[in-house]
Design a protein around this ligand. Structure first.
Ligand SMILES: NC(=O)c1ccc[n+]([C@@H]2O[C@H](COP(=O)([O-])OP(=O)(O)OC[C@H]3O[C@@H](n4cnc5c(N)ncnc54)[C@H](O)[C@@H]3O)[C@@H](O)[C@H]2O)c1
Length: 419
């Protein structure tokens, strides 16, 4: 049955790379379909907002659509880290917020947004610690706030298909896997150099988490042991970060995933990055295998003009804007599907609330419960193992690769070094 939608105002906090490439274009697409009303983007750096306003790809894809900024263009940078609160103070309750800030700010900003009763889409990772995830989950549930965490690989058709087959037993029992996600070298020259430092994060936590989440998403297995080693390097501004990491995650059935990550895919290579997943399974006196080449998806272009790199692997699956029957271009791909899943869920909840205002809290809390149970959208509750893995990974990498154990035997799972 078709779901009713309610157009909700959206506030996007952060105007960096992921907002430019995926989140704002997705939001503008959803504005066309009546899921989103007015859009406001808030960033402390005026230059980031100005770049977003003048972005040629966005202007080409979404003619006649616009968004507000805070601060307004021309007002200069802001030193107020809680600028978004000024925007939210003007908004109706139970609108939408997207949080797209550096990882270590998510917890603080989630705590700042929740009192404004806004449904939230947060870029991954939700937070960096398990206790923080529990706290956010509890506060959000009490207020009927729907929170989705943007693990977009879950919405890739190949992942959905793998989940279906694994859960039916078609592939066997996960035994051994190999994942890699190496982001481009040029990331080292971006705003990353200001926050991607050793004390804050590392490539395993930044992108390795996608494949760890994906293996959990496909198999339903819990991660129980994590070890990560890192190789440090220096950003152009002199700050030190882990540029490469090698991790190993052991699951509750002793299945083991090796996780290779880095900021170092050569800028002039054909792909946008290098990534993929291979999983082996034990069957009934036979083996199973799944291999996802997420790097070259079978489309190769030799461009004649207008590009920085002439020969490219083009990934049509993640996020693109393409011709459609309406004006401009349409946002498509699993990146869009993932953003849409959370924002449409929240919009559908509010449409139901409008039809039944006396049952508002019950409807909102049921919406959260259903999403938790379904397990497609990552929620603070159904994906909290990611925070346990991150805690374990940070503990391990800072201890030079010692094994960290996730113990689920107590009511609140604990993370500690093995020795
Ligand atoms: N889903 C994915 O796979 C994916 C991909 C890329 C990034 N991300 C995540 O998105 C987040 C942001 O990444 P990015 O690459 O866009 O980073 P970025 O550094 O390009 O952008 C972050 C922006 O936040 C702004 N900012 C910082 N503090 C602020 C505050 N208090 N109020 C308003 N603005 C503030 C900065 O000025 C900057 O413009 C990170 O958590 C990252 O892990 C996720």
């Amino acid at each position: 049955m078709a779901q009713k939608q309610k157009a909700l105002d959206l506030t996007i906090i952060g105007a960096g790379m992921i907002v430019t490439d995926v989140l704002l274009p997705s939001a503008l697409q959803l504005q066309r379909t009546g899921v989103i009303g007015e859009i406001t983007v808030c960033d402390m750096r005026e230059s980031a907002l100005k770049a977003l306003k003048e972005n040629k790809d966005i202007l080409e894809a979404f003619p006649g659509q616009d968004f507000k900024t805070c601060p307004e263009i021309g007002a200069g940078d802001s030193s107020d880290t809680e600028l978004y609160k000024k925007v939210l103070a003007e908004k109706d309750h139970y609108g939408l917020v997207i949080i797209a800030l550096p990882d270590q700010l998510h917890y603080m900003v989630l705590k700042g947004v929740i009192p404004f009763n806004q449904h939230i889409l947060c870029v991954k990772p939700l937070v960096l610690q398990y206790d923080q995830a529990l706290e956010i989950e509890k506060e959000a549930k009490e207020r009927g706030i729907f929170i989705g965490v943007e693990y977009h690989k879950r919405f890739d058709r190949r992942a959905l298909l793998a989940r279906k087959h694994y859960r039916k037993g078609d592939l066997g029992d996960f035994a051994l896997g190999e994942s890699k996600l190496i982001e481009p070298y040029f990331y080292r020259h971006s705003n990353f150099q200001n926050w991607f430092t050793c004390e804050n994060t590392d490539p395993f936590v930044y992108v390795g988490c996608h494949y760890v989440d994906l293996v959990c998403f496909i198999t339903g297995l819990k991660p129980v042991e994590v070890s990560v080693t890192g190789r440090k390097g220096t950003f152009p501004n002199g700050k030190e970060g882990y540029m490469w990491s090698n991790g190993r995650v052991v699951f509750e059935n002793a299945g083991t995933l090796s996780v290779n990550n880095g900021l170092g895919y050569p800028d002039d290579s054909a792909g946008g990055n290098d990534q993929g997943l291979i999983m082996y399974f034990d069957g009934d006196d036979c083996a199973g295998l799944l291999a996802h080449d997420d790097h070259n998806r079978g489309v190769e272009y030799g461009f004649a003009k207008n590009v920085s790199k002439r020969f490219q692997y083009v990934n049509p699956d993640f996020f693109r804007t393409v011709p459609w029957e309406g004006d401009g271009l349409k946002a498509i791909g699993y990146g869009f599907d993932s953003v849409a899943a959370t924002l449409i869920s929240a919009s559908a909840i509010e449409a139901k609330v409008d039809g039944n205002p006396d049952r508002a809290m019950e409807i909102r809390q049921n919406g959260i419960k259903e999403a938790n149970a379904k397990g497609l959208i990552a929620t603070p509750e159904n994906s909290a193992y990611n925070e346990l893995v991150q805690e374990a990974a940070r503990m391990s990498i800072l201890a030079g690769g010692d094994i960290a154990i996730i113990d689920y035997s107590t009511e609140r799972p604990t993370v500690k070094l093995k020795k």
